[in-house]
Design a protein around this ligand. Structure first.
Ligand code: SF4
Ligand code: SF4
Length: 467
């Protein structure tokens, strides 16, 4: 492979083909203008009608305080804290019981869900739990099921024989990511600050549950007393998975949980298969879902979107309606440009998610450097979410904030085309007016599960594609 472009961002990477245009067979975004910080580009198909600023190297759509920002301990994320933190263990509110008995036979808080809803939800989560350290998120090449053509039977291979530039290889890897099931894919230089400082295992009762994670040296290993990511694995591929628009619209019903579970299952399958693809080309790959590090800032660095008031990744095409996974590799891929499409400015005027959050987890105040919970990582100026409140409302099922967010809406209504025009023009005084229109229009209401099941699946797909 040519060494060309290893250390610089070529123009093709900067202006387009970043988050999936190549794999989806879409035209490259058109460059509208050069700005102080990068280039303004536009693409109806890739960016859903938004004007996107692709930022130059070294520019990011967020601010960090290097004196405060540290690698977060996995022990302090909400899932880990539920296993050891006395505050969490003794809390009066516990996640709802999602059993069929409770949901369908009318016991529990969320009642009268149907057998169909339950079936869609339970099946959707089937492969999410393949994603543990020994499963889909393993660090080694997995066995192939193709008789006589398994990846392990391919024989010796020198990665230097790959006959393409790093820029072309980068597009190829993103193409493979979409092929395996991702909705969006982007590449970033790995910032070790986004990797957890340690690994927390709730099931290691007989040994130390917290072990350090090193991002340095040459070792690539999950040893019993520490995990080692070598310094040469300095690229990360961020993967986003669209959640079904109409199922999320049912939030906080079980159909929203089905959309979430489906995202988790696709995360495990895609991150795992993409990792084997990279390994078969002679490079190392470490796949991860929520584990190992913070998926949201990695996705921002990889040009997939920005962070919104609801604390989630906001993408131009799907808004916050995505799940995230990542693959860390030593394949010397060319990073994509981070993007800014006006999210911060619009969220400052819009409080819809804070108003619609049933648990009060989302703030209606300004962005802060400090967190609002032990599970927040201080040192980034953003809207911190009280994740305990979110988790305790009903665990995996609520997506009200995604449901009601104006960025989640299809681009096929006059109102949301107009909102995009206002965001596109960065016309700050009109942001509040657009939010008022959005509220008045009734968008963001809950979709009854009966309405969901009456839909023709094909029509549903058509509606999604026209967003
Ligand atoms: S998922 Fe529900 S409870 Fe959690 S932050 Fe969003 S709206 Fe609030
Ligand atoms: S609902 Fe409004 S404030 Fe909340 S993330 Fe979406 S645009 Fe931002």
């Amino acid at each position: 492979m040519s060494e060309e472009s290893v250390d610089r961002r070529n123009f093709l990477q900067l202006i387009g083909l970043g988050a999936g245009a190549l794999g989806a067979g879409l035209a490259a975004p058109a460059v509208v203008a050069e700005t102080e910080n990068g280039f303004l580009v536009e693409s109806e198909s890739e960016y859903g009608g938004f004007l996107v600023e692709k930022l130059k190297e070294g520019k990011y759509p967020y601010e960090c305080d290097p004196a405060v920002l540290k690698r977060m301990s996995e022990k302090y994320n909400i899932f880990s804290r539920n296993g050891w933190d006395p505050v969490r263990l003794n809390r009066p509110e516990r996640r709802l019981n999602l059993t069929y008995e409770n949901l369908v036979n009318g016991r529990g808080v969320l009642q009268n869900q149907t057998r169909l809803d339950y079936a869609l939800m339970a099946a959707a989560w089937k492969y999410a739990n393949m994603g543990g350290p020994g499963g889909a998120y393993g660090w080694e090449l997995g066995p192939s099921q193709v008789t006589g053509a398994g990846l392990d039977s391919m024989g010796a291979w020198d990665p230097a024989d790959l006959d393409m530039t790093w820029g072309e290889a980068s597009l190829t890897v993103k193409h493979a990511a979409l092929f395996y099931g991702a909705s969006l894919a982007g590449i970033a230089e790995l910032n070790p600050l986004w990797i957890y400082a340690d690994h927390y295992s709730p099931v290691r009762a007989d040994r130390e549950r917290v072990i350090p994670v090193y991002v340095e040296g040459d070792r690539c290993e999950r040893a019993g007393d520490a995990w080692y990511i070598p310094g040469s694995m300095n690229r990360v591929i961020s993967l986003a998975f669209e959640e079904d628009y109409f199922a999320i619209a049912n939030s906080p019903g079980r159909l929203a949980s089905a959309a979430t579970g489906n995202g988790y299952s696709r995360m495990a399958v895609t991150a795992s298969t993409l990792s084997d693809f990279i390994r078969a080309l002679g490079y190392r790959a470490i796949p991860a879902g929520n584990g190992l590090g913070l998926s949201i800032p990695i996705a921002v660095d990889a040009g997939l979107g920005q962070i919104g008031r609801l604390g989630l990744l906001m993408t131009p095409k799907y808004g916050p309606r995505v799940r995230l996974a990542k693959v860390i590799t030593d394949m010397p891929l060319v990073p994509d440009s981070p993007i800014d499409f006006g999210v911060t400015q619009f969220c400052e005027a819009c409080m819809v998610c804070a108003e619609q959050c049933p648990s009060g987890a989302i703030t209606d105040g300004p962005r802060t450097w400090e967190g609002r919970s032990p599970s927040n990582n201080p040192g980034v100026l953003k809207w911190h979410v009280e994740v305990e409140k979110c988790y305790d409302f009903n665990g995996f099922s609520c997506s009200n904030c995604k449901r009601c967010c104006p960025f989640n809406k299809p681009n096929n209504s006059w109102l949301h085309r107009m909102i995009r025009q206002v965001i596109k023009g960065r016309i700050k005084p009109l942001d509040g007016v657009m939010v008022a229109f959005d509220r008045a229009s009734g968008y963001g209401r809950q979709l009854e599960d009966a309405e969901f099941w009456k839909m023709d699946g094909q029509k549903s797909i058509t509606a999604r594609e026209s967003m």
